[in-house]
Every structure is written in structure tokens, then in C-alpha cells.
Design a protein around this ligand. Structure first.
Ligand SMILES: [Zn+2]
Length: 594
């Protein structure tokens, strides 16, 4: 047990040689404290370990010690000091007060720990954000973080933070992101915290301090691109250990076909290669900021073909805004040709959506104000960005989602919903298949069950919103933002399991640690699912899933079975079995709500 040392309750005379002295956890072997009349004296030489300058002249001593941005000085003609042998000593009390040091005496272990008081560095928590097509993990820190990042093996790294502690245990955070799987935090010693990060083999990262926090940005990687003409079409293939995320494709001018990959690092050299066959002049690829661009310069005869088949120009077009009333309130629908980047924020009564790289020409506006909103403006910002501003009236929240490639929906949720609002979150989607079985992909099963579940819930009079309704990649941040901003009562994430052990099978439901509401909902769902499916009970249990801990209180994640288990994959392939799964989750939710 540690306590602040000033007075020693028991005389320790004669035990001096047995007391071990530590500076910031480092044992100082040659320097032993001395005991005199029940007081402990510490050699001033210790201060050399803190980078202090020490001048000794006859019996006069001057110590200058810089801690953070504070200079401590001690000047003594001997009255404060004790001399044992040839060494000068200072009482522990004087040491602590003069240099603002924390001195802890452990009576059981006979140790004295000296540490810099001003530091009080601590790891406050973790933040994860992947809303802008980039996976960013932030280690929130009080006091400037001192750190070192080490690659352990492909996809695994460790981050050591020095002179700091964990404010609270963080355990393992499960992220289930296509690039980043989990983060585990450990207090490695008294003043060192280590994070172990596990992700996809081939991932790259960059680290930097932002204020006191340590920001780690993760990248997909691509080694190189290769051109081939197949069936009269110019195609670029790529070699990548991580696979590549969704990209934007557009024509720059009439003849340059561009693909823009965000959150990707080019591992090889940037290349421009002349081809001059009957399809293209050249192709090239290069890195610019967090993005990799690949370009093909087409021959004129292909211009028409690509003008009609490519998603759009670099600048997307906002072509239409319509509104409609529904059970939830008002839904605003934005037709956008192309795939722009977008951000939302709410400032008081104003809901702001900023679209990047978007043009507005001859936009059709077919909206009617309602009790949820009474204003909508579209303004051009600098560059090619536009801002949509929605003036909210009487509205309990909003849910921005992408219905399909071309349709963005902003659901304004009315104030007095007659029933609970449930967010259904089919995991993965788009380029992220989730767990892959012999013939099924997790993303498809999750979506199928979520759609069935929505129909059931609506039939029972509940309101439900899906985080995705088609095969689209939706970031984890967008998923949790949707339930947090909409004022949802429940969040149910639907996933399918996988394991290297092909025998592993069954159903499990997770809730965030120490969350009693989530626990109860998870137990209801788990029980009802077993009744419906007769699957193996892997129980309702705690897990630190990112989508659960940063969400509305009543959040669960259901793993409906293992696609890596042959009999279970076979069952999951049958629509009547998936209906049973949906029935089970539905009756669990209803049981919980009643
Ligand atoms: Zn999953």
C-alpha cells in the first residue's frame, strides 16, 4: 500500500540499508536513503536523474531543477542539508516541498518512490472515428503524451506511452472495422501504459500529437496498379495486402478516367507508364495527402462509353430535394449524382450538411414545410462545396442515411412518436463483406435479417430505421451517429460470426460492459432467439464493441450464427431460417419493451 511520506510512524533506525530508492520507477542502486531520528533523508544526487544541475562548493549547495515549464531552485549554506559520509542529503519533506515531488513510502516493501508531481499524466480514454473514409484512433491524454509506436508483426502494433497511467481500465475494445479489429490497453508498469492494436495484415499507420492527445491514423495499402486491356476495355488491376476501400470514379475533362481512394498509402513508387495501344495513351498512379489516385488517359473513341458508364464528373450534382411525410415525421430526400464527401453538424435549431465537390445547377426543389422543419437553404461555399441548412422546428432528432448510391435521406423525427424508435444496424456492407463462409458473406445475411426484422417491428407498431438498406459501406461512426442524433430508444446491430475453429457454432448477444439496460435487452433477445432457432446457446454477455460503448444506452449486438460452420451456414442460407432469426430478435425486443 502506498501513502504520502512525511512522517514515519515507526522508527526505522538501522534499516537504512534495506530501503530501496526509485526515481520514476527506476531503481537507484548506489544511492541509499539514510535514517536519522525517525526522519528519512534522501541524497541530493538523486536530482541528477531529473536533469537538475547541482553545484557544491564547501558546504554551499545550489540545485536548479526544471520541471515542465517551472524552475525550482534550492540554495543552501548547509542549514537544510545533512551530510552522511561525503554525500549531501535533504529530508524527504524538504525534498517534496522544495521540488514539488511526490514521495511515496511503501512500508511493506521498504521502498521509496520519487516521481514528478506536476506530470499527473493519464490516459483518459479512446476515441475512434471513421466517418471521412479514414480510420482514426485517438488516445485521449491529459498532459503531453510521450510515446513510441512499434510494429510487432503484420497488422499488429504496440504503442507505449511513458510517464502515464490508465485513469480507468479500458480492457479490449472490439472495433470490427475492415482495417482495424481491436485495441487492448494495459498498465504495463507503474508509469507506462501499452496499447496493443490488431488490424488487417498490411495496414500502415501514422502517428502524431494533437494537443495532448495521440492520434493514430490507419491506412489501407496498395503496392502497385497494373494495366490490362480485356474485351476491348482498359482495366487497372491492383496488388494490395489490405484490399482497397470504396473509391470515387470520375472523368476529369473528357478523357481522363480517375479513381480516388481515400485512406490509402501507396507502398511502391508513383508511376506514369506510356501504353499507346488502341484504348489508352498512358496510365499513372500517385499519392496525394491521404489519397491515392489512379488515372487512365483514354483514346478519344472511348470518351462516349465512359461518359455514360462512369458515376459522374469529379463534381457530383445535387439534382433534386424532395420532402415527404411518413410515420416518423418528415423525410427529406436528396438526389445526388456522383459520390461526394459530406459532414453533418447541428447548431441549435440548425441542421447543417456540408457536401464537398458538389455542384448545384437547375436543382429541383419540391418540399413542403412541416411541424418538424420550417426552412431549407442551399448555399455555395468556397470551392466546390455546398451547404444545406435545415431549420428545425419541433423535432426530436434526425437520422441521415444513404438509401442507395444516389439517394441521401434526412429523416426528421417528430416530437411525440407514438412508439419506441429502434435503429437496426446490419453490420458491414459494400467493399467490407465481414466474415466470409464457404458460399455466404456476412454482409448479405445481416441485411436480409435486418429487413425482415424491420417489417416485423413495423407490423407490431414500432418505428424502425436501418443504418443501411442496400449493399453499401457505412462507417461505424455514421452508424452510431445515426442512433445518437435521432433520439432512438434502442440500437440493435446484426452480425454473423466467424471462427478459425470450424466447429464453433451458435448464437450470442453482446451488450456494453456495466450496462444494465443493454444486458436486459440482450438477455431477452438471446432467449427468444434460442426458442425460435434451437441454435447452440453462447449466451448474452459483455463485450466492449465500439458500436455499443459509444451509443444510446440500450444497445446490443447480435451474432446470429457462424458462417464458418458448415451446418450453420447451410441453415443461414435458408430464408425460412433467417425468418426465424428475425422472429426471435423481434419477440426479444417486444418482450423487453413490455
Ligand atoms: Zn461483423
Amino acid at each position: 500500500m502506498f501513502f504520502l511520506f512525511f512522517f514515519i510512524s515507526q522508527p526505522v533506525i538501522g534499516q537504512a540499508s534495506q530501503i530501496a530508492l526509485f526515481w520514476q520507477d527506476k531503481p537507484l542502486e548506489s544511492l541509499g536513503p539514510q535514517i536519522k531520528q525517525g526522519n528519512i533523508y534522501i541524497p541530493i544526487k538523486v536530482m541528477e536523474n531529473a536533469g537538475a544541475s547541482i553545484y557544491i562548493n564547501d558546504s554551499e549547495v545550489l540545485i536548479n531543477y526544471q520541471s515542465e515549464d517551472h524552475l525550482f531552485s534550492l540554495e543552501s549554506n548547509g542549514d537544510l542539508l545533512e551530510k552522511f559520509g561525503n554525500e549531501y542529503y535533504l529530508s524527504a519533506e524538504a525534498f517534496s516541498s522544495r521540488f514539488n515531488l511526490d514521495i511515496q513510502w511503501n512500508s511493506a516493501e521498504k521502498t521509496i518512490f520519487i516521481s514528478e508531481k506536476g506530470l499527473k499524466r493519464t490516459v483518459l480514454g479512446l476515441d475512434f472515428n471513421d466517418s471521412q473514409d479514414r480510420a482514426i484512433l485517438t488516445i485521449l491524454h491529459q498532459g503531453t503524451a510521450e510515446y513510441e509506436v512499434t510494429k510487432l508483426e503484420p497488422g499488429k502494433l504496440k504503442v507505449d506511452l511513458f510517464k502515464t497511467t490508465l485513469e480507468k481500465p479500458l480492457g479490449i475494445l472490439l472495433i470490427d472495422h475492415p482495417l482495424l479489429y481491436s485495441v487492448r490497453a494495459e498498465q504495463l508498469s507503474r508509469d507506462q501504459v501499452t496499447f496493443y492494436i490488431q488490424g488487417k495484415e498490411g495496414l500502415e499507420f501514422e502517428s502524431r500529437l494533437v494537443g495532448d492527445d495521440l492520434v493514430l491514423e490507419f491506412f489501407y495499402t496498395v503496392e502497385r496498379f497494373e494495366y490490362r486491356s480485356i474485351g476491348g476495355l482498359p482495366l487497372l488491376f491492383y496488388e494490395s495486402k489490405t484490399g482497397l476501400p470504396e473509391y470515387r470514379e470520375y472523368l476529369e475533362g473528357d478523357l481522363t478516367l480517375v479513381r480516388e481512394f481515400t485512406g490509402v498509402k501507396l507502398m511502391g513508387k508513383a508511376i506514369k507508364e506510356n501504353i499507346d495501344d488502341d484504348l489508352i495513351d498512358y496510365f499513372e498512379y500517385y499519392q496525394e495527402g491521404p489519397r491515392v489516385y489512379s488515372l487512365i488517359k483514354l483514346k478519344p473513341k472511348l470518351a462516349d462509353f465512359f461518359a455514360s458508364s462512369v458515376q459522374g464528373k469529379r463534381l457530383a450534382q445535387l439534382s433534386k430535394i424532395t420532402s415527404r411525410q411518413n410515420d416518423l415525421g418528415t423525410e427529406l430526400i436528396f438526389d445526388v449524382i456522383g459520390s461526394p464527401y459530406y459532414k453533418t453538424k447541428k447548431e441549435g435549431k440548425r441542421l447543417i450538411i456540408d457536401f464537398e465537390d458538389v455542384q448545384v445547377n437547375n436543382m429541383v426543389r419540391d418540399i413542403t414545410y412541416s411541424s418538424e422543419y420550417n426552412g431549407l437553404t442551399v448555399t455555395k461555399l468556397t470551392g466546390d462545396s455546398i451547404r444545406v441548412e435545415i431549420l428545425l422546428k419541433d423535432c426530436s432528432g434526425y437520422a441521415l442515411s444513404k438509401k442507395d448510391e444516389y439517394t441521401y435521406s434526412v429523416q426528421l423525427v417528430k416530437r411525440d412518436l407514438s412508439s419506441k424508435l429502434i435503429i437496426l444496424d446490419p453490420g458491414h456492407g459494400g467493399y467490407d463483406p465481414g466474415t466470409v463462409g464457404a458460399f455466404l458473406e456476412e454482409k448479405d445475411l445481416n441485411l436480409d435479417v435486418a429487413l425482415r426484422l424491420r417489417d416485423l417491428l413495423v407490423d407490431f407498431g414500432y418505428k424502425a430505421i436501418l443504418t443501411r438498406e442496400t449493399d453499401l459501406y457505412i462507417s461505424l461512426s455514421e452508424r452510431t451517429n445515426l442512433s445518437l442524433s435521432s433520439g432512438a430508444d434502442l440500437f440493435v446491430s446484426i452480425h454473423t460470426n466467424g471462427s478459425l475453429n470450424q466447429l464453433a457454432n451458435g448464437i450470442e448477444t453482446f451488450y456494453a460492459p456495466r450496462n444494465s439496460e443493454g444486458k436486459e435487452l440482450a438477455e431477452y433477445i438471446q432467449r427468444a432467439l434460442l426458442v425460435q432457432t434451437k441454435a447452440l446457446d453462447r449466451t448474452a454477455k459483455e463485450a466492449n464493441f465500439w458500436v455499443l460503448v459509444n451509443n444510446v444506452p440500450c444497445s446490443v449486438l447480435v451474432e446470429i450464427g457462424f458462417v464458418t460452420n458448415a451446418p450453420e451456414e447451410e441453415r443461414l442460407s435458408q430464408s425460412h431460417y433467417r425468418q426465424k432469426v428475425a422472429d426471435g430478435i423481434c419477440s426479444g425486443i417486444i418482450g423487453f419493451l413490455n
